[in-house]
Design a protein around this ligand. Structure first.
Ligand SMILES: Nc1ncnc2c1ncn2[C@@H]1O[C@H](COP(=O)(O)OP(=O)(O)O)[C@@H](O)[C@H]1O
Ligand SMILES: [Mg+2]
Length: 418
């Protein structure tokens, strides 16, 4: 909280209440103001660049002089002006986060800026998912609402490029909204790919740095819906498993290399069909527009009103998420290390299980021997049998989880692309 109090907002009426989320750029805060007895709430995104004197020193060491540094940060500022401008053009639309104000404050030393974007206060989808079970109806509503947001993007020639659960929020009226236009850009038919966005939901052509168009957003939305219907697991990961980092990495390459995705575990056949079409490998095989995808979702009849996702984020979920970020391509090495650490934790738990079971069996045998005075060779045979049983069980478990991945992919092949 110390950090929050240090922030001087450019709007004197507004005060920061708490931090809502943060990333490499800065943070988003909940803020409020009370005027004439009326209290209003807002979310304020605060971005500061450069973040520290160290960053300036590093740039100077890399060959920048003061003028080129100022030019560099003027460029960064232009990027944020673009973000605000894009959001402003879409202001007032039900399914896009509303922006209320924007301010820039130059740093005292003339190098860099603080940027403030004031937005309507919403609840992130990730928070909602931790609080309640999503139903198929919820997933459909999220899909349709974000399709509406993408329809507006399309008519304004914008590719969002970072459709993911963290950038979807919900209003108090239950409308889902697309936010974070930080890396959105205007499309000139197809855009020469720079790899931005979140690889976990990224279309293969973007990851491959090929040309891409609005179909890349349709793919990412499809993948977000897939993930929700697959117990928050990516394609090629069994919905009920706790995958290792290398399994996640293999699953990711299977997706990027164009292997047909198995259907997600939950959802009606109709809904799963729509999701799989949105996530087709070839852009030409996907919905050709957000409106077409909207119509397909709108035609889905809801069969299952029960929750399709667990409401509580378990410790295992958090581990998967971390391991997942570790395997996303092009991420920093330290993320990989974190992922390895995580996997290490999971493996250590596995490793501990075996000696504990062996110890338990040995204790049992010793107790049995002292009660019924059994011969030492019988004790030896019993101990070897116990170790054998544990080894067989372990091998079975391993091959079971491998085949669950290939089985799911097989099920897609057998069902075909109907
Ligand atoms: N209008 C908002 N209301 C509530 N929370 C928000 C709002 N905007 C952003 N957030 C929270 O802050 C996080 C980061 O904001 P975002 O605009 O996505 O920035 P970034 O560029 O770091 O992804 C979001 O994932 C969300 O949890
Ligand atoms: Mg974001």
């Amino acid at each position: 909280m110390e950090r929050d109090q240090n922030i001087q907002l450019p709007w004197p009426d507004w005060e920061i209440i708490k931090e809502l989320g943060h990333g490499g750029y800065g943070a988003v805060y909940q803020a409020q103001r009370s005027v004439a007895g009326i209290t209003e709430q807002a979310a304020i995104k605060v971005i500061s660049f450069p973040k520290s004197q160290d960053e300036i020193e590093a740039d100077l060491t890399d060959g920048y002089d003061l003028d080129s540094l100022k030019a560099k940060y003027a460029d960064v500022l232009q990027g944020y002006l673009n973000e605000y401008n894009l959001m402003r053009e879409l202001n007032g639309q039900t399914n896009i986060v509303d922006c209320a104000d924007f301010a820039t404050v130059p740093h005292e030393d003339g190098i860099g800026w603080d940027v403030y974007i004031r937005m309507e206060l919403l609840t992130p989808l990730t928070t909602v998912m931790r609080q309640k079970k999503l139903t198929e109806e919820d997933v459909l509503k999220i899909g349709k609402d974000i399709c509406r947001a993408l329809m507006l993007c399309e008519s304004n020639n914008i590719i969002h490029r970072d459709i993911k659960p963290e950038n979807i929020m919900v209003s108090k009226f239950g409308d889902y909204k697309l936010g974070d236009f930080g890396i959105a850009r205007t499309m000139d038919h197809t855009t020469n790919a720079t790899m931005v966005g979140t690889e976990r939901y990224m279309a293969p052509e973007v990851i491959r740095r090929e040309k891409y168009g609005k179909e890349a957003d349709i793919y990412s939305l499809g993948l977000v819906l897939y993930w929700m219907l697959n117990n928050r697991k990516i394609p090629f990961i069994d919905a009920d498993s706790l995958p290792y980092a290398d399994e996640l990495s293999r699953a990711q390459s299977r997706r990027v290399n164009g292997e047909p995705l198995p259907p997600p575990k939950y959802g009606s056949d109709e809904l799963r069909k729509v999701v799989l079409k949105a996530c087709e490998y070839r852009p030409a095989d996907r919905y050709s527009s957000a409106e077409e995808m909207y119509r397909a979702l709108d035609a889905v009849k809801i069969e299952n009103t029960e929750g399709v996702l667990p409401s509580q984020e378990t410790r295992q979920d958090a581990q998967i998420d971390e391991a997942m970020s570790a395997v996303t391509l092009g991420k920093d090495e330290h993320l990989k290390k974190d992922g390895d650490k995580n996997q290490g934790k999971l493996q250590n738990q596995e490793k501990l299980k075996k000696p504990l079971m062996v110890a338990a069996v040995i204790v049992l045998i010793i107790v049995a021997k002292s009660i019924w005075s059994i011969s030492p060779s019988f004790v030896l045979i019993a101990a070897m049998a116990a170790v054998l049983i544990i080894a067989v069980r372990k091998i079975k478990k391993r091959s079971g989880s491998d085949s669950s991945i290939s089985n799911t992919s097989g099920s897609k092949k057998s069902s075909g692309k109907d």
